[in-house]
Design a protein around this ligand. Structure first.
Ligand SMILES: Nc1ncnc2c1ncn2[C@@H]1O[C@H](COP(=O)(O)OP(=O)(O)OP(=O)(O)O)[C@@H](O)[C@H]1O
Ligand SMILES: [Mg+2]
Length: 376
């Protein structure tokens, strides 16, 4: 998957014009507030997802304009394709290869990308919900059945929790609890199995990527921390879930909520056996998120049959020269877009193009005496 050309009109502060990136590494550099992240955000919208900044579509339109249009030409499934996206009146209109689509969701799977943004550092530093969200998002994107079961689990959990609160006032309702426990066991055990399976799929790529980023100096391990006891050698079964939830019934009734299940699970991230959340350095925490994102790209590649585009926003800060070199020069066979402020940090870029972003204008970097010349 490669972006061949991108253009836009009235998208945030980006000026109209064609951007033709390099097929492999693209470094976008410039001072703060010039439009580097805006450019990644604009191209990311072609994945069919919403802005990674969690804003409303109307915020994407240039101030004082009423609509914005984005056009992307890309190479996927062995042919050149084109998509366009227009945001107006709070709605998105999408066309793929000239055919108008009923919704932006049609873009999902047509153009695939993986993004690292500094907000993703919460995956390591934040609470368990941030790590669960990573798993759930990755699984919902790649397995539609997971999205359905996830919604069913959430609904059943809410109903069970309401019942737990009602039972002290209406003890006759106790008999109905078992129905919800069976339902929750069915959906919940499925979610846990899928998460564990996804984790086992990405565990090795995560370790390999981290090994590469840390130049072989550190080892990362990722494991699933279930809030329910079970034999780690066996896949989590519906019976395991039911047994755990029945044995927790009395305390759940006392507290008025379901204390264990996939909604309380977590991931354990360790560098050389030590908790990364509690003791990891900033560079290590950033390296972990990167390793996980790059492994996610590998998993997505298996699904789409080709490597997704990789967007790395503000990734180089806090990384030492060796780790920066890995990102700049060792992500082979993929198209990468990497933003940074300091042009000196790309002095070691071997193969690729760099672009200067200034006041929303993207221009190929002019070789300067202190910068090497890049092969385009
Ligand atoms: N809807 C909009 N219309 C016009 N300008 C906008 C809009 N939304 C954001 N901007 C402007 O875009 C600029 C921010 O761009 P962006 O976040 O891409 O900066 P950046 O180059 O990534 O900076 P940094 O290095 O600080 O991350 C800000 O000046 C902001 O005012
Ligand atoms: Mg930025």
């Amino acid at each position: 998957m490669k972006i061949l050309q991108f253009s836009c009109q009235h998208f945030r502060n980006l000026k109209a014009g064609n951007f033709s990136p390099h097929p492999c590494m693209n470094v976008l550099y410039g001072q703060n507030a010039q439009g580097k992240t805006n450019l990644l955000e604009a191209m990311w919208l072609f994945t069919g997802g919403h802005s990674f900044r969690g804003v409303k579509d109307s915020d994407l339109i240039e101030f004082a304009s009423s609509s914005c249009t984005l056009d992307l030409q890309f190479f996927a499934q062995e042919r050149e394709q084109a998509a366009s996206l227009c945001v107006a009146n709070g709605k998105r209109q999408v066309s793929i290869n000239g055919i108008a689509q009923r919704s932006a969701v049609s873009l999902v799977g047509t153009f695939c990308a993986v993004l690292f943004s500094p907000e993703h550092l919460a995956f390591v530093k934040g609470g368990p919900s941030q790590r669960r969200a990573f798993l759930d998002t990755a699984l919902c994107q790649s397995r539609p059945a997971y999205a359905r079961q996830f919604a069913l689990y959430q609904r059943t959990l809410q109903q069970r929790n309401s019942l737990l609160k009602d039972i002290p006032r209406h003890p006759e309702l106790l008999d109905t609890l078992d129905i919800w426990d069976h339902k929750l066991s069915l959906y919940g055990s499925y979610l846990i199995r899928q998460r564990q399976e996804y984790l086992s799929l990405i565990a090795q790529p995560v370790q390999e990527m981290y090994h590469g980023i840390s130049r072989g100096r550190e080892q990362l391990s990722v494991s699933y921390l279930s809030s329910m006891r079970h034999d780690p050698e066996k896949p989590f079964s519906e019976a395991d879930f039911y047994q755990a939830i029945v044995s927790a019934r009395n305390s759940d009734l006392a507290f008025g909520y379901t204390a264990a299940g996939p909604h309380r699970d977590d991931l354990d991230l360790r560098v050389d056996g030590i908790s990364a959340r509690l003791f990891g350095s900033q560079g290590q925490q950033r390296s972990i998120v990167l390793a996980v994102k790059l492994a996610e790209a590998q998993a997505l590649e298996q699904l789409c049959g080709e490597p997704p585009v990789i967007f790395l926003d503000d990734v180089l800060s806090e990384l030492d020269a060796g780790r920066q070199d890995f990102l700049l020069n060792h992500l082979k066979n993929r198209q990468v877009f990497l933003t940074c402020c300091d042009p000196n940090s790309i002095q070691n870029l071997g193969h690729g193009s760099s672009f200067h972003v200034q006041a929303g204008v993207i221009s190929p970097a002019i070789p300067e005496p202190d910068l090497p010349t890049y092969k385009v």
